[in-house]
Design a protein around this ligand. Sequence first.
Ligand SMILES: Cc1cc2nc3c(=O)[nH]c(=O)nc-3n(C[C@H](O)[C@H](O)[C@H](O)COP(=O)(O)O)c2cc1C
Length: 347
Amino acid sequence: MTLLERLEIKHPILLAPMAGVSTPKLAAEVSNQGGLGSLGLGANTVEDARQQILATQALTHRPFQVNFFCHQSLPLDPQVSAQWIQYLTPYFEKYHATVPTELKCIYPSFLDHDDYLKLVLETRPKAVSFHFGIPHSHQIQALKAADIITLASATNLAEALAIEAAGIDIIIAQGIEAGGHRGIFNNHFDSAVKTSDLIQLFKQHCHLPIIAAGGIMNGQHAQALINLGAEAVQLGTAFVQCKSSNANAAYRKALFNKPITQVSASISGRPARGLINHWHTQVDRPERPEVATYPYCYDLGKQLNNAAIAHGDDGFGAFWAGSNVAHIREMEAADLINQLVLEMSQT
Ligand SMILES: Cc1cc2nc3c(=O)[nH]c(=O)nc-3n(C[C@H](O)[C@H](O)[C@H](O)COP(=O)(O)O)c2cc1C
């Protein structure tokens, strides 16, 4: 059975799960057009995640994927955290905001408990994907027993081999070009391999189907990666300008006006690629101390962003975008799928 038959989709195009940007409407539009829609639920409570899945199921009878974070929940190092708060204090003061004294773990991991797993087993989306790591063995077995297809991001060969050994069904090859968080399992190690190189590497050493992700903005590029051995492509940034995404006005404007990206760990505590803003130009100075642990660091980053916004400054937003963002198009999601399919056929 081909990957498209397994996923029950017409086109080899997946909407990347995007926490904070995905919406049920965007997911349903992509699925209804023959791609695989998705919901990024890693930042949602179990109840919010349930509402999003149910809302998507009300908008489409076609398959879609849901996505969760599988980071190792590390305890907060009090010294590192205190240093990080101190380092960012002048920015809070600039915006006359109260400096937080302690940071919260704003996103639990799929690994921490089985509540997200139970939700998936109850609501039965076609597929579930994981970022930052691999679920526990009992979780993978339960998903398999329920006939739910599993996917996980890999940014290097070691991660791909671990995904295969764990019994996951599909590898997402996330290249260094990708917008958003690097899917790296080890927060301190990123081999920064390009999407095209990852496909060839995984093709040579792994047996699982590969989905290419990172920097894909048009059908020509998508087809080139499929010709290299990927069975489908997953696009995130390309869909952020769609009307049904949850991106706010400042983010949309910056995508057009400042389409240059860089990877920074300062916003959340994990490296992520986004549009260059105050995080990269002001915070990421050579004397920057070690960032606080993910996702505690993100708690502070979000508070600083809110403080800046209250003073009319949107330069601390988490405006995730891939390195080819300059090619972004403002289209309805269904039209974008049609356009990508057309470009792929003409390649
Ligand atoms: C706004 C945004 C949010 C993202 N959030 C998630 C997420 O919640 N889970 C995930 O697995 N990947 C997430 N990613 C990464 C995507 O899955 C994918 O690797 C990336 O979008 C591919 O690169 P591209 O943006 O250049 O298409 C996000 C990407 C973007 C742009």
